[in-house]
Design a protein around this ligand. Structure first.
Ligand code: ADP
Length: 380
């Protein structure tokens, strides 16, 4: 005699260990299980709501759910159907991701978190992170810089910081300071402080990376900050994912070059942020032409990329930063151009962008998720 079908609760319990491979949390905990139906003949139907309509991991869920539920005594057939989370549910998911893992009290004194992202390397993301942080500090605000570009960390060098973090009496890491020519110093944290010079070969395994990012947020004595500027690794991936869990309130700035062909990769990075329920505040177009000594403008990297992406994402183009020799030289020398040579065309463009970001910054204190205004993410 075959056993009677399992209860709805038994099925939900069986689904609980199944995780979303991207968000790394239980599909039950994430609120993705929309419907569980079981009839008297042991036929089970599970409806799973996904974060994007074009979610490429349907097959994964079908297999996992089919195997787990199918193994329960009394189950004759399993049907897995899909739906999409609506905007309110996505917002709720962002809150769940954040609230569940946000270290209580950590970063409680940080007013805004600004993540600087790009689709690919070499577009000037780190240079802009450093100089934007500097430009914000020049207005008298308290600024920290977190180098989360764990594979291509360059901020200690760009900011001319060689001191190592100190361990405080409370077993926290005190971030070294980057002294600017004028204005308050920046608090800086980077994996580069913990590695030997030239030691580039860090092999990160997912959990280790996650733990490191957590430590950078939780175990670093950031203190009171008006802005924490985070330099993300290029592309989409594990670091953005970890930050999304720890910092649901982070806002993203997307750096791109004027090249139209670079658009798709930049959009992917933006879509990742949107998928994780972060706000994309705007786009910065870097390497936006070069002015020669005769005053002629050369569009070395083409034209229109920043506008195109800003248009597609429906966010403002925060500014265009031209190529200048002084910006490259200062970065190489570990000096911040915005502080050393504020009249340089690139420096003044970056300062204008910082002013725009200040104007757009929320005034209230963190931590608070701010999922409002995030539309349904686009499938990529
Ligand atoms: P990413 O972080 O995107 O990989 P970097 O910030 O390391 O890029 O920049 C790559 C190189 O380009 C660096 O040598 C940097 O000094 C230079 N660079 C970036 N933006 C500019 C600019 N607007 N003018 C001149 N050089 C720039």
């Amino acid at each position: 005699m075959s056993s009677s079908p399992p209860s709805r609760d038994q099925i939900v319990a069986t689904l609980t260990p199944i995780t979303d491979p991207e968000l790394r949390r239980s599909i039950v905990e994430l609120g993705m299980v929309r419907e569980v139906f079981v009839d008297d003949d042991g036929r089970v139907r599970v409806v799973l709501a996904l974060t994007t309509p074009g979610c490429p991991i349907r097959g994964h869920f079908e297999r996992e759910i089919g195997a787990a539920v199918g193994a329960l005594p009394g189950v004759e057939a399993v049907e897995v159907a899909f739906d999409v989370l609506n905007t309110a549910e996505l917002a709720e998911l962002g809150v769940r991701l954040g609230r569940a893992n946000l270290p209580a009290g950590a970063l409680a004194q940080v007013r805004t978190v600004l993540c600087v992202a790009s689709g690919k390397g070499g577009v000037g993301k780190s240079t802009l992170s450093a100089n934007l942080a500097g430009a914000l500090a020049l207005t008298g605000e308290r600024v920290g810089v977190l180098d989360a570009d764990v594979w291509g960390y360059s901020l200690p060098r760009m900011l001319g910081v060689s001191a190592r973090p100190e361990i405080t009496a409370g077993h926290k890491l005190r971030p070294p300071l980057a002294q600017l020519r004028v204005g308050p110093a920046l608090k800086v944290m980077s994996i580069g402080f913990f590695l030997k010079e030239g030691d580039q070969a860090v092999v990160w395994r997912g959990p280790m990376l996650h733990k490191t990012i957590q430590q950078f947020l939780e175990d670093v004595e950031w203190g009171e900050l008006d802005h924490l500027v985070v330099d993300l690794p290029p592309g989409t991936g594990d670091v953005a994912m970890s930050l999304a869990e720890f910092l649901p309130q982070a806002r993203f700035v997307l750096v791109t070059t004027p090249q139209l062909v670079a658009q798709r990769v930049a959009l992917r990075a933006a879509n990742m942020a949107l998928k994780l329920n972060h706000e994309v505040v705007g786009v910065v177009e870097n390497m936006s032409g070069y002015l020669d000594s005769d005053g002629r403008h050369h569009e070395i990297f083409g034209h229109g990329g920043g506008d195109a992406i800003a248009g597609e994402l429906d966010v403002p183009l925060l500014g265009r930063v031209p190529l200048t020799i002084a910006l490259r030289e200062h970065s190489d020398a570990g000096k911040l151009l915005v502080a050393e040579q504020p009249d340089d065309a690139a420096a003044s463009a970056i300062s204008d962008i910082a002013a725009r970001l200040r104007a757009l910054a929320p005034q209230r204190s963190l931590p608070m998720a701010d999922p409002i205004g995030v539309g349904l993410p686009m499938a990529s």
